[in-house]
Design a protein around this ligand. Structure first.
Ligand SMILES: [Zn+2]
Length: 277
């Protein structure tokens, strides 16, 4: 499958959120808080947020039968509809809304795209959770995408936070791949994205988890191996171009392995990491 460039966003330079009567007022403080993220981070484009927020429906759980499901919430791009179980779940769904555009029946959402077959779901849910954690963390909240979140956090240490955040709000998987092509081939990157999708699917489905949980470690290890290769290539390039010193090289690499040790080995499996001495 070919990864498509994101459609151009041509309009919606105005935030018409307050004119939208389909957003319950109980969500207003959360929306104010959410908009502060765009005000304070000028590298994040608010255009998709403006485009979608003006006629979105946002509902809480109590009144609806969805309460019975296990989902914490969802965003349906086609209907431009958000439902959440608890109010703080709205941040995650607003991040999806702010990075969503449909064109020619293809739904571009953060770092995922597709119609029936979606590519990049793992990358997208992981990075959405990372942003949710970074900007809207609240006590008691947890994510179903922890492993995916750690993977995207490691990728971000290679691409750079500003670049990656900026690409996310333009739903620009195409250019994320071009960034990564500095460190790996297109096929290796595509493979990585597909494996992360598979991992995400196994972890988040009871039935798949039951049958395939032993493959989680194998998948994780192979994903880390890819990221490690890119990271080392990036650091070697930086050293060669003299954008970092030898000491910075070492510190950067140590920080990278510390994230893996702290969040992967301690929480999941100590055998995941094969650190090169
Ligand atoms: Zn999500």
């Amino acid at each position: 499958m070919n990864i498509r460039p994101t459609p151009e966003i041509k309009e919606d330079y105005l935030n018409l959120r307050l004119k939208n009567k389909n957003i319950n007022k109980i969500f207003w403080p959360k929306l104010n808080h959410f908009e502060k993220m765009f005000q304070e981070n000028k590298h994040m484009s608010p255009l998709l947020y403006y485009k979608n927020i003006k006629d979105v429906h946002i509902h809480e759980a109590i009144k609806l039968k969805e309460e019975k499901t296990h989902n914490e919430g969802y965003f349906c791009a086609k209907k431009n509809y958000i439902w959440v179980k608890r109010k703080f779940n709205v941040y995650h769904e607003l991040l999806h809304l702010s990075s969503s555009i449909i064109e020619d029946n293809i739904h571009y959402c953060g770092f995922s795209q597709g119609n029936y077959f979606i590519i990049g779901e793992g990358l997208n849910e992981g990075y959405t959770s990372l942003l949710e954690y970074r900007y809207f963390y609240c006590e008691g909240a947890d994510t179903s995408y922890e492993l995916e979140m750690i993977m995207t956090c490691l990728i971000e240490t290679i691409i750079g936070q500003k670049t990656m955040e900026s690409l996310y709000f333009k739903a620009d998987l195409f250019n994320l791949i071009i960034e990564l092509e500095n460190y790996a081939s297109y096929n290796e990157i595509y493979n990585f994205i597909s494996k992360l999708d598979l991992l995400c699917e196994i972890i988040n489905s009871n039935i798949l988890y039951y049958f395939f949980s032993p493959s989680i470690n194998i998948l994780t290890k192979s994903l880390i191996k890819f990221i490690e290769k890119c990271k080392i290539k990036k650091l070697n390039d930086d050293l060669q171009n003299e954008t970092i010193t030898k000491e910075e090289y070492q510190k950067n690499l140590d920080d990278f392995y510390n994230i893996i040790t702290k969040y992967l080995c301690e929480n999941y499996n100590s055998k995941i990491l094969t650190r090169k001495k």
